[in-house]
Design a protein around this ligand. Structure first.
Ligand SMILES: Cc1cc2nc3c(=O)[nH]c(=O)nc-3n(C[C@H](O)[C@H](O)[C@H](O)COP(=O)(O)O)c2cc1C
Length: 169
């Protein structure tokens, strides 16, 4: 079994999550928890390094993108359209959003809709939304618009949720 975890990341958050998922899958393979007697081979790569020819080798593909402006990054959408849609591969997605867990319902709904849109486009089996991280506190007007409390930690990642998702793949 060959598995690819491919990600795009502007500030490193999604990359760290992708690497964590890779570590968990590698650990599971080492422990013999693989559905393949030959053992699992797991690669973690930025989508920019993933050529169509390379994709053919993988049995399963896990893809991750952050949310910017309530959408996945345009490069991620293009990658899904050009290289994943219609591939017939088993695909699972993770989306990384700072405000999904705590923001106003209208933004949560917008992010959920975007996640479902990109899942359908990719023909993916599943999509999950993980909390993200921002580099510095948002100004007051932005917190008001997004419905975020002033004391919300900059890092919203829930590593237990990420581990549990990776263990269920
Ligand atoms: C320019 C910009 C726009 C963003 N827009 C959103 C957004 O619309 N909704 C959201 O939940 N988070 C938004 N975020 C926060 C990112 O989702 C969060 O920082 C994520 O962890 C970034 O992942 P990365 O480090 O892999 O780029 C934005 C961050 C930046 C820098």
């Amino acid at each position: 079994m060959k598995m690819l975890i491919a990600y795009i990341s502007k500030t490193g958050t999604t990359e760290e999550i992708a690497r964590k998922i890779g570590e968990i899958l590698k650990e599971r393979a080492r422990a013999g928890d693989v559905r393949d007697p030959d053992g699992a081979h797991i690669d973690v790569l930025p989508i920019a390094d993933v050529q169509s020819a390379l994709l053919k080798d993988y049995d399963r593909i896990i893809l991750g993108s952050p949310v910017n402006g309530m959408k996945v990054l345009p490069e991620f959408k293009a990658f899904v359209e050009e290289k994943i849609a219609g591939s017939g591969k088993r695909v699972d997605l993770f989306i990384v959003s700072y405000m999904f867990g705590r923001g106003r319902k209208m933004w949560r709904n917008a992010i959920s809709k975007e996640a479902e849109r990109i899942r359908a486009l990719a023909g993916a089996s599943s999509v999950v939304i993980f909390g993200g991280r921002i580099a510095k506190a948002l100004p007051g007007f932005a917190r008001l618009i997004f419905g975020l409390p002033a004391d919300l930690p900059l890092d919203q990642r829930d590593w237990a949720k990420i581990e549990s998702w990776a263990n269920g793949l």
